[in-house]
Design a protein around this ligand. Structure first.
Ligand code: F3S
Length: 783
């Protein structure tokens, strides 16, 4: 797949085979695409069609499934466990495309960088050794804990303009800042790519975001995506690739564009991408990939940007257009509890008062995969220096934590005095890992968490679902730029506006922070950091992969049973979920992360965050639908386990955008493991719907979501469901009906016929019939 590779398929500086991409694209244009002008996203997709000859007509966005050949796979340590366990069952000897594993999610933030990494080896040694051995066996690049966060490392090492990557993490689109089409998927999709099985994606629509003007001195790329999330909401990007264009693009750094693409996950977009720019070339050269920059320069006008006709008449070719004027863009604050609740900086003080948000900021956090660039950190450090020169530290009662995205960034930050600037105002630098972003934050002894107090935290991260960061449902978490986080850290107040408000220095004198300054790239180049954090590339096909039978954290997978060929009958409603139900609600992170490789143990957290519509929105509480089965009322996993033991099939009724948030396939595997056969939703988040299909669970949407959902909101424990249309399920007829009876004291008192739709392609129906996509892969490998 690569024209040159200096040291094998994992080589950092491998130059994409643009000739091959162009050939494929030209062929697709001349045949099924009728030579119509294409956006950049379409070009990259169609340059990665697995087999254009298998397409008989132009793909219809939102309907046609494209079969694609990704160039690369990246996985983080939490999701890689299950992907590797699945890949082990596929019968493959080596991954078919370059693949990397990044240990970033399992490092808990306790005492600071090195101690925390050492502690993670104590707590997660068996996981790391499992992932390392599997990497060696299958020829995967292994990045050990402390080396950095997946998306930052991909940007620094593997992202390349015009290529297609799958990542087992929802913020994989970060690499769109370097012109890559990078898509967050579940482990099962990653296994497809690793096994060279065409990967399916429903042809997305393309939403164009036209950027004009340039950012003002306090503005940051983060503000672009915060404002866009406010406009689009968490569902607005579903089914779309977000493609940026317009004269404002040229003013952005590569890493700034990565920040914008990273958080495109928060609007539900398939991915986000920028056209190739000189700032991308500068970043490639700064990260020692001049050969890729040279090759990409030659493709800039043809392959790595939208067609000229699209640039001339964007309204004609993008499915939707959103305009953002960078010059008038204010710093934004999104939250609490959802990333689309946008408040411009100038309205924050009023809004804090009106909404009665806690004004006191108990913690300010910068870094993470979202905002770890040299530009981000050097600009934030310029504010820290202004404060420390006046003898100021972070506000009393406010913690200030820094999570560098990679060892390279950390070492450069240290060499250039950025770390010292942060420490001079009282920062603690954490490991090059996810830490507080994913709830790996030892805050249990902090009174605000211990006493479940209402408090506010401000971060430059990307996601802020309730309880995500510290487990306290009363922690209000706001997302903003690193520069605004510094303002919050120094003032200790959410309402503080550094553009107009003043701070008081150690001599009691008021002063105003001057606008931040920083460098796009380090003047002296990036420091490489410690050798121990380089990737391990050591292919050992005979390597044994250690999984102890007694392990609480790793468990060899058993294949799910194939579909019986019959309609589903006697199915009970486990829960009718009310409102937002993210993959965090379905398969919680935090302390559960340690069971990511042990399906049975992890399934004890299934749907513990779900609110029950039938019980006034109570969380994790349901009534048992089977008389005599214990518990009569209990937690969702307890009742699900009781059904599993009694071989009672069950389903979930879900609200809108069920499964939003992440690519976690556990959120599909756990229900399947516990006996779920269907999830019927008012609508689904794309990745989760696909994950359900991969695991052999039938996802259906209500044909009349505003009416039929409510049938299940009243005493769902009385309902017995059977299907009509599953026994002859096919891709041409999406209709499946639920025949529902309400049974009281053994008598049917009401019955309903509820029309639903499935969205499965022929291949996906194959997964369903086989019991899972993995079962189908294994049978094709003869495993
Ligand atoms: Fe890690 Fe948070 Fe990014 S969990 S990958 S730093 S979104």
């Amino acid at each position: 797949r690569y024209a040159t590779a200096s040291s094998g398929p994992q080589a950092r500086a491998a130059v994409p085979n643009y000739d091959l991409f162009r050939q494929r694209l030209d062929r697709a244009r001349a045949t099924v695409l009728e030579n119509k002008p294409l956006t950049l996203a379409q070009k990259i997709l169609y340059a990665h069609l697995h087999d254009v000859s298998s397409m008989s007509s132009a793909p219809v966005p939102g309907e046609t499934y494209l079969k694609l050949s990704p160039d690369r796979v990246a996985m983080q340590d939490a999701s890689a466990q299950m992907a590797i366990l699945q890949f082990m069952l596929s019968g493959m000897k080596q991954t078919a495309v370059p693949t990397s594993i990044h240990c970033d999610h399992l490092v808990e933030a306790y005492e600071g960088a090195d101690k925390d990494v050492a502690r993670s080896w104590q707590t997660s040694r068996e996981i790391y050794e499992f992932l390392q051995a599997a990497s060696q066996k299958y020829g995967i690049a292994f990045w050990k804990p402390g080396s950095g966060i997946i998306h930052q490392l991909v940007l620094e090492n593997y992202a390349a303009p015009g290529t297609l990557m799958l990542g087992t993490d929802s913020h994989t689109p970060n690499a769109g800042g370097l012109g890559m089409l990078a898509i967050g998927v579940g482990g099962a999709d990653a296994v497809d790519a690793m096994a060279s099985i065409p990967w399916e994606l429903k042809a997305p629509r393309v939403l164009g975001v036209r950027l004009s003007g340039s950012l003002h001195p306090w503005g940051s790329p983060k503000d672009v995506i915060l404002a866009l999330a406010g406009k689009l909401t968490v569902r607005g990007g579903t089914g779309y690739i977000v493609e940026y264009f317009g004269e404002g693009v040229a003013s952005l750094s590569c890493t700034g564009m990565a920040t914008i693409c990273n958080m495109g996950a928060e609007v539900g977009a398939t991915t986000s991408v920028f056209p190739y720019t000189p700032s991308m070339a500068r970043y490639l050269r700064a990260t020692q990939r001049a050969s890729i920059a040279a090759a990409a320069d030659a493709q800039q006008a043809t392959y790595l940007s939208a067609d000229e006709q699209v640039a001339q008449s964007p309204e004609k070719y993008y499915d939707e257009i959103v305009d953002i004027d960078l010059s008038s863009l204010e710093p934004g604050y999104n939250g609490p509890f959802t990333p689309d609740l946008y408040t411009p900086r100038s309205q924050m003080a009023d809004t804090v008062g009106r909404e009665q948000w806690s004004d006191k900021v108990s913690a300010a956090l910068i870094g993470s995969c979202t905002n770890s660039s040299y530009q981000d950190l050097s600009r934030a450090a310029s504010l820290a220096r202004q404060a420390s020169e006046r003898g100021l530290k972070v506000a009393a009662g406010t913690e200030f934590l820094v999570s560098p995205g990679s060892e390279q960034i950390r070492a450069t930050m240290e060499r250039d005095g950025i770390q010292q600037a942060f420490e001079s105002i009282g920062a603690q630098v954490l490991a090059n890992a996810c830490g507080p972003c994913i709830g790996q934050w030892n805050r249990d002894e902090n009174p605000v968490v211990k006493n479940r107090e209402t408090n506010s935290i401000v971060s430059s991260f990307n996601r802020n679902f309730r309880a995500r960061n510290d487990g306290n449902p009363n922690t209000m978490n706001f997302l903003t730029s690193p520069e605004m986080v510094l303002g919050a850290a120094l003032s200790g107040r959410l309402s503080f506006n550094p553009l107009v408000d003043t701070l008081t220095d150690s001599a009691g004198k008021e002063f105003r922070l001057q606008p931040p300054t920083g460098d796009e790239l380090p003047k002296d180049g990036y420091a490489q950091g410690r050798d121990e954090y380089r990737p391990l590339l050591d292919h050992q096909p005979a390597m044994e992969i250690p999984i102890a039978p007694t392990s609480a954290r790793l468990q060899t997978l058993e294949a799910f049973a194939p579909w019986s060929g019959q309609e589903f009958s006697d199915t009970r409603v486990l829960v009718t979920v009310q409102g937002k139900c993210t993959t965090d609600h379905i398969s919680a992170a935090g302390k559960w992360l340690k069971y990511k490789g042990h399906l049975e143990n992890l399934s004890r957290n299934t749907l513990i965050g779900a609110a029950n519509a039938a019980m006034d929105g109570q969380v994790n509480l349901v009534r048992n639908a089977v008389e005599g089965l214990e518990p009569a009322q209990g937690t969702i996993p307890d009742v699900a386990l009781a059904y599993k033991k009694a071989s009672v099939p069950w389903l979930v009724i879900a609200d809108y955008n069920y499964g939003e948030g992440s690519a976690r396939e556990h959120a599909a595997m756990q229900p399947r493991f516990l006996g779920c056969n269907m999830v019927v939703a008012r609508s689904f988040a794309r990745i989760h719907e696909t994950n359900l299909k991969k695991q052999g669970v039938l996802p259906l949407v209500f044909a009349r979501p505003d009416e039929d959902y409510f049938i299940f909101a009243k005493d769902p424990h009385e309902l017995v469901v059977r299907t009509q249309g599953v026994s002859d399920i096919n891709e041409h007829n999406p209709v499946v009906s639920l025949l529902v009876e309400r049974v009281r004291s053994g008598n049917v008192v009401e019955s309903y016929s509820v029309e639903c739709r499935h969205t499965m392609s022929a291949d996906q129906i194959g997964w369903f019939k086989a019991g899972s996509a993995l079962n189908l892969i294994a049978s094709q490998q003869g495993a």
